[in-house]
Design a protein around this ligand. Structure first.
Ligand code: FMN
Ligand code: SF4
Length: 483
């Protein structure tokens, strides 16, 4: 598959250091001596007099397993209960929940409206109760809800039927999603309606007991697309002020409606051009005319390089709006997955990683650290730690110690081995057989219309009928790649 050295084979700190040096990247890491205070166990003050009990955060992760009406299913509840039992004290959003039916990324995405608010309250309670059963308290647990509109990647009715809502015509992504030149662009009145939907959704999230909402601005979805809408005319495109107007209006609306609800932003702090499989299946960037202005946080003349000024401008704006909770991620799972979720094995619609996945991990950690240092007053969650596997706790401690983030976000690792935080904090050895090895089945499954889950390592999913369909889908993808 790939010639990259497996993380599991890096047995000592020296192995890791040498390997990173060969890759030309650096990652902070710190091995805890017996009796030392664990930085991961330290409480974190997140604003408004609220303190979360430790430095682990569970990242939002959809399961493509809600009902067609957008309510949680038993599978959704199982995932949220496992998040609750993880031991992490910050739950960033649970998963992306659509604020309107046409904004769903798939026909099984959760939806927030009057009809489903009680279901979402029960879902949150299930998580909190699971946490209380495992740890005896929840007064230091903070649970938010991620609000989204899927924009360009909306598929509300059928997995194989994109129904994109776009803010501007994109020189490369339009073709990918099958958007014709005449496809309508959401007009300003439509944006204003959506602002109201986000504000209504925040009111409902508050009613359901969530402590904060994340107004999602990452991964190519609608909030993120505003940030790169340079070619859009009118009030919501062009200048930085216009491209952030949607965000400012949503924040102002939420503040007016539910002043006690905290607001967080999950941001792709950099993006790059779309990648595709090259002749030998390896990921390669699509050719893009320069300056390339469609990637927020990338250098327009060298769009493979992240830059700092744009995300720093956005974080300064958040600070001026009194928003402290920030979760930094990067890129998009649809058009540059190796940037967004570094993995050894690509998803079925992906490509062989064009770089050692540790390079992708280091890129996100470095950008997050640079931004955190520039904005020490923000509470910053870092992303893309799962590929670190055995080295996750040591790197997490190194990042915290160097002030490169306030909380360590766990995505895929929380699907394969949700109790990792509890084990680390209790000083128990890691269960190596449960470490996420980035097989990408949790991404491949939904790409093939199946519910998401950790099919290789979670016995519950391994035993489900979808497992066989997934194997067949992967074989088809492998045959296509070989052809
Ligand atoms: C199956 C799956 C579903 C995801 N769903 C969401 C989501 O709903 N919202 C979001 O912001 N990120 C989502 N992500 C991205 C993760 O939150 C995280 O940023 C990414 O997996 C990288 O972190 P990791 O290396 O710890 O997995 C998802 C990732 C996976 C694998
Ligand atoms: S399917 Fe499991 S092992 Fe594979 S990437 Fe997802 S969580 Fe990790």
């Amino acid at each position: 598959m790939t010639g990259f050295r497996r993380v599991a084979s890096l047995h000592s700190a020296g192995d890791l250091r040498d390997h990173l040096a060969r890759l030309g990247v650096s990652l902070p890491f710190r091995i805890l001596e017996t009796g030392e205070v664990d930085p991961l166990a330290q409480p974190c003050e997140v604003g408004g007099g609220v303190t979360v009990g430790n430095r682990f955060c569970i990242q939002p992760m959809e399961g493509w397993d809600g009902t067609t009406e957008g309510a949680p299913s038993d599978l959704t509840r199982r995932r949220w209960e496992r998040f609750g039992r993880s031991g992490a004290k910050l739950i960033w959003g649970g998963e992306a929940v659509a604020v309107s039916p046409e904004g769903r990324a798939n026909p099984h995405q959760l939806l927030i409206d009057e009809a489903r608010v009680a279901d979402l309250e029960r879902l949150r309670r299930a998580l909190v109760e699971a946490h209380e059963q495992a740890f005896g308290r929840s007064d230091d647990l903070l649970v938010g809800l991620q609000l989204t509109h899927s924009g360009r990647f909306a598929r509300p009715h059928a997995q194989d039927r994109p129904e994109p809502v776009i803010l501007y015509h994109h020189p490369l992504l339009d073709r990918r999603v099958g958007i014709a030149a005449g496809h309508p662009v959401l007009d300003d009145a439509g944006v204003e309606r959506l602002v109201r939907r986000f504000v209504d959704a925040a009111g409902l999230a508050h009613q359901a007991g969530f402590a904060f909402v994340d107004v999602k601005h990452c991964h190519g979805y609608l909030g993120h697309e505003f940030l790169s809408a340079r070619s859009r005319p009118g009030r919501y495109g062009g200048s930085f002020e216009n491209r952030t107007r949607f965000l400012r209006e949503v924040v102002a609306g939420i503040r007016a409606r539910v002043p006690s609800l905290a607001i967080g932003i999950r941001l792709s702090s950099f993006d790059t051009v779309p990648f595709r499989a090259g002749p030998r299946g390896e990921g390669e960037p699509e050719e893009a005319a320069r300056p390339y202005t469609c990637a927020f946080g990338a250098d327009p003349d060298q769009p493979l390089q992240p830059q700092m000024e744009e995300p720093a401008g956005l974080l300064a704006l958040l600070e001026s709006l009194g928003i402290r909770l920030v979760n930094l991620t990067a890129g998009s799972p649809y058009y540059n997955p190796h940037v967004q979720r570094p993995a050894l094995f690509p998803p079925s619609d992906g490509y062989v990683p064009p770089e050692d996945p540790l390079v992708g991990v280091a890129r996100q950690i470095a950008q997050t650290a640079a931004l955190k240092r520039r904005f020490p007053g923000l509470v910053v969650v870092g992303s893309a730690y799962s590929y670190l596997q055995e080295w996750l706790p040591a790197v997490a401690r190194g990042v915290l110690e160097e002030g490169g983030a306030d909380l360590i976000g766990l995505g895929r690792m929380a699907l394969s081995y949700p109790e990792l935080p509890a084990d680390v904090l209790a000083g128990r050895p890691l269960e190596r057989a449960r470490l996420c090895r980035t097989f990408s089945d949790c991404t491949t499954a939904p790409r093939n219309g199946l519910v998401s889950g950790c099919y290789p390592l979670d016995a519950f999913y391994k035993a489900r009928p979808e497992a066989a369909t997934l194997v067949a889908a992967k074989e088809r993808a492998a045959a296509r790649a070989d052809a």
